[in-house]
Design a binder for this molecule. Structure first.
Ligand SMILES: Nc1nc2c(c(=O)[nH]1)N[C@H]1C(S)=C(S)[C@@H](COP(=O)(O)O)O[C@H]1N2
Ligand SMILES: [Mo]
Length: 348
């Protein structure tokens, strides 16, 4: 597994990340005291193979396919000179929370055993995909848009690629070259990646090399074998605390957390300190953008030492509320049940 660790370029210090093979999960305590965005140095990394190092001066983004009239290539400088937009958007792996199918529901699912740290929110800047599609004269008969990555082919399946329906591609998708005010870091897609708001992370293809626009429905292993039939993310909540964090007894603590949903804004967050018997509404603060997350906090003065469980449950604007248990998913995607977060209340 030594070689696997070298597939991510940025440092993965143990206090910020848990490494799972070729992937690195953010530890939620790394968000404590941070602002709205996840800093680049602690944003999770999900790689099918390894991070490629791409020379932006020779790199081109090729648009082609039967769904456009004027196929062409764009250079990095051309993209950067086009009108840009800036969006605060979460990217979250479909498998975020997979571990809890096993640890909480006693029904483990194989695959990367993510806790809740396969999510981050960044400020992405780039060119709306619809501007590019208009530049190449997208046809009214276009059906699917297929972005492909330049990272090494994955096993026998070719380059990482997953089609998007034309309606989503023309809506809010960004061809991003900046993350939190800096050029995209290599691990997050330099020179250019897609950012697909609200959808599972696999839609946001990194290291973009080409985009095919088709007039028929497209199929790749990433919408048939690996991530079939999933689009929007489910509702989740996390405390900005270490797993088994130690909190001193008899003091007043302000516990912070964040909640999010791929389907809309969070309207309510409740917290329980007694295993779900009673729930208290958390206070919201800061901004809440539709495809990002809602930061919240709640005050608590633990009165006895020993093991405790923290629970947070959110409701989004579509009325979807986190359940206490969620049905098994064959791939372990879209875990949305309330996570039982263990802490230790100690003397001192
Ligand atoms: N080219 C390419 N794009 C990719 C991937 C990949 O391995 N190769 N992984 C996808 C998956 S499964 C996720 S969850 C997100 C993760 O983005 P991040 O590594 O910037 O956090 O990128 C997606 N885009
Ligand atoms: Mo993912």
């Amino acid at each position: 597994m030594k070689q696997a660790l070298a597939t991510i370029v940025k440092p993965l210090p143990d206090h910020l990340f848990r490494v799972h093979g070729v992937n690195a999960e953010m530890r939620w305590e790394a968000m404590s005291g941070q602002g709205y965005h996840t800093p680049n140095d602690r944003f999770f990394v999900r790689n099918h193979t390894s991070t490629p190092l791409i020379d932006a001066t020779t790199w081109r983004l090729r648009l082609h396919g039967a769904g456009i009239r004027r196929p062409r290539e764009f250079s990095y400088d051309e993209l950067r000179a086009m009108p840009s937009r800036t969006f605060d958007v979460a990217i979250e792996c479909a498998g975020n929370g997979r571990r809890f199918y096993g640890t909480q529901q006693r029904d483990p699912v194989p695959g990367t055993q993510w806790g809740l740290g396969a999510i981050g929110v960044a400020r992405w800047r780039g060119v709306p995909l619809r501007y590019l599609l208009r530049q190449v004269d997208v046809r009214p008969t276009a059906v699917d848009v297929l972005p492909s990555g330049l990272d090494a082919p994955f096993e026998g399946y070719g380059h990482v690629r997953r089609p998007l329906p034309i309606d989503k591609a023309m809506d809010d998708v960004l061809v991003a070259y900046e993350m939190n005010g800096e050029p995209l870091p290599p691990d997050h897609g330099f020179p250019v990646r897609l950012v697909v708001p609200g959808w599972v992370g696999i839609a946001s293809i990194k290291w973009l090399g080409d985009i095919e626009v088709s007039t028929t429905e497209l199929f790749t292993p990433w919408n048939t074998v690996f991530y079939p039939d999933i689009t929007t993310q489910s509702v989740k909540s996390a405390f900005e605390l270490a797993w088994n964090a130690r909190l001193p007894v008899g003091r007043f603590h302000i516990l912070h957390g964040r909640s999010w949903s791929g389907r809309g804004r969070i309207v309510r967050v409740e917290v329980s300190f007694d295993g779900g018997v009673s729930w208290r509404e958390a206070e919201h603060h800061g901004q809440h953008l539709v495809s990002a997350w809602l930061p919240w906090h709640v005050g608590w003065a633990p009165r006895r030492t020993g093991a405790h469980v923290l629970m947070a449950r959110a409701t989004d604007e579509t009325g979807a509320r986190q359940p206490l248990t969620t049905p098994r998913h064959p791939y372990g995607y879209l875990f949305d049940a309330v996570v039982r977060h263990p802490i230790d209340v100690v003397n001192g």
